[in-house]
Structures are given as C-alpha cells and as structure tokens.
Design a protein around this ligand. Structure first.
Ligand SMILES: Cc1cc2nc3c(=O)[nH]c(=O)nc-3n(C[C@H](O)[C@H](O)[C@H](O)COP(=O)(O)OP(=O)(O)OC[C@H]3O[C@@H](n4cnc5c(N)ncnc54)[C@H](O)[C@@H]3O)c2cc1C
Length: 256
C-alpha cells in the first residue's frame, strides 16, 4: 500500500491484442451510498488468546477465492475490530498467518474472511479444507493506522488479488465525510477478469472522491532504478521486483 502527498501519474496503453485495461469502474453513473466505517462499540471479541471459531458459511467468489464466515463467541455484538487491523489465524499444526476480515462492525455475531487458495499454501489450504481453526487479535498490529497523517490529502492504494482485503477497511474510513483526504485512487491487479473479487465496498464508493482502476496486464516505462524495483531491468524479458511478488507473469508485463 502506498500513500503520497501527490498522486502518481498513471497511464496505460493498448499493446497488441493483450491489454485489457483500464476498467474505470467508478466514472459515470452515480453509485448508491454505503455506510462508512462503524467504529468499535466495545472491546474486540477476539483477544491475544487463541479462540476456536466454528465455520458457519462459505461462498465461492472466483475459481481460487472464497469467503468464509465464522461464528463469534457473542452472537449479539459485532467483532469490534478497529480500522486497519487484521486477525491471526492458526491451524491445528500451529501454522499462523494474518487475515483481514472483509466484514465490518455492522455484522453481528460473525466475521467473514475472503481468502485466496494457494494449492501448496499451508494455511489457505487449512481454511479451504474447513479444518478447525483458532483466531486471535493483537491490537494495532498493522503499520498503517487510521486516521492517516493530516498532511496526506491524496492517496494511491495498490492491491494485488486478495491484497484488497486490508484496503477495504481503509476505504470505509476514507469515505467518512469528516475525513480530510480529498482524492483516492485504487489500483487493483488481478491475473484475469475471472479472478476479480467483487467486494461490495468497491462497487459503492462515490466516484467524486474514489477511482477504482483494474489492471490485468501492465506496460511500464521509466528510469532504470524504477524499472528494476517494479518489474526488473528493461533488457530482460522475465518479470522480477514488485510485480513478480504480486504474481504477474512474464507475458503480462510489457517493458518499454
Ligand atoms: C496484514 C495481512 C493481511 C492479509 N489478509 C489476507 C486476506 O484477507 N486474505 C488472503 O487470502 N490473504 C491475506 N493475507 C495473506 C495471508 O496471510 C497468507 O500469506 C496467504 O493466505 C498464504 O498463506 P499460506 O499458508 O496458504 O501459503 P504459504 O504456505 O505461506 O505459501 C504461499 C505461496 O507461496 C508458495 N511458497 C511457499 N513457500 C515457498 C517457497 N519456499 N518457495 C516458493 N514458493 C513458496 C506456496 O506454494 C504458495 O503458493 C494477508 C497478509 C497480511 C500480511
């Protein structure tokens, strides 16, 4: 996730048959409004102590991504998670990974995770095989906390695949009319259109302040240092750097 006082210039061009972008989801017709982040009304239902939560619902979202809803100990109150927080999830072998709920404090008695299945991934496989799982929460466990520093008025958020989950919480906060950020661009990279995760929050953001740009392949041009860190040096076909980490393949990236 990147934030800058001044939003970076971004532009994409059509190259050959492959490019597929950008899809500006939010320009044009007005969108229905949606509630902004609901602050916790009490302590988080989960603490640093591991708590097993029963799985009560699953929903397939894309071929590799599903949502999983778990029952909370207290059925009449929400999870009460503070903004920009994540939970820790542990399987029966003691493997721990962080996940960010895509449910908010409107949802009482349960929490929902949106998870991508990595075929060889340990914890995501435990989640998809519906094995028993334990959850815990360490307050303020993510580097970026809300509200953002007052000097920031324009924000660029970059997400790859399920990287959109932590950003969804932040978007609800930034949509608060009292928030001082004036402009938010959300750049989301997915392997293909069938991998797009349709989070409700994304479809309801007001277009005056938020722009969602979806990319399925990328054309990149810039000085050598930037090329190296984003996609690898221009002379080499293979993709390295940030785009490789985000899962981009050699035939999806064009180095000018
Ligand atoms: C703050 C935060 C919030 C997150 N929220 C979410 C969320 O809401 N939803 C979500 O889906 N994810 C989220 N993640 C990512 C999540 O924590 C896990 O990293 C992810 O689910 C993969 O874990 P895993 O145990 O299944 O895979 P791992 O076992 O860690 O493996 C991941 C992938 O790397 C490959 N791999 C593993 N080891 C190697 C190796 N040595 N060499 C090459 N390849 C290897 C595996 O085959 C697999 O494809 C979040 C991460 C962070 C940091």
């Amino acid at each position: 996730m990147l934030s800058k006082a001044s939003t970076a210039q971004y532009s994409f061009s059509r190259i050959g048959r492959r490019v597929v972008l950008p899809l500006l989801l939010l320009s044009g017709s007005p969108r229905p409004s949606f509630s902004t982040f609901i602050p916790p009304t009490g302590p988080c239902q989960l603490s640093e102590t591991w708590t097993e939560l029963p799985l009560i619902n699953t929903e397939k979202l894309t071929k590799q991504t599903s949502s999983f809803t778990y029952q909370l100990p207290n059925s009449s109150t929400p999870l009460n998670l503070s903004p920009c927080s994540c939970l820790l999830v542990r399987n029966k072998d003691g493997v721990v990974r962080p996940y960010t709920p895509t449910s908010n404090n409107e949802q009482k008695g349960s929490l929902t995770l949106t998870v991508k299945h990595y075929p060889n991934g340990i914890l995501s496989s435990s989640i998809f095989s519906e094995s028993p799982l334990e959850f815990s929460h360490i307050p303020a466990n993510v580097k970026l906390q809300y509200p953002l520093p007052p000097s920031i008025s324009r924000v660029l958020l970059i997400a790859g695949g399920t990287g959109i989950t932590p950003i969804s919480q932040l978007l609800e906060c930034l949509n608060d009319e009292k928030d001082i950020v004036k402009e938010v661009v959300i750049l989301i990279g997915d392997n293909s259109s069938s991998d797009v995760i349709e989070l409700d929050v994304l479809n309801k953001l007001p277009s005056k302040k938020f722009k969602v740009v979806r990319v399925f392949s990328a054309a990149i041009c810039g000085p050598p240092g930037m090329m190296k860190s984003i996609c690898g040096v221009r002379e080499e076909k293979n993709v390295t750097g940030i785009l490789e980490e985000l899962g981009w393949k050699d035939d999806e990236v064009y180095k000018f």
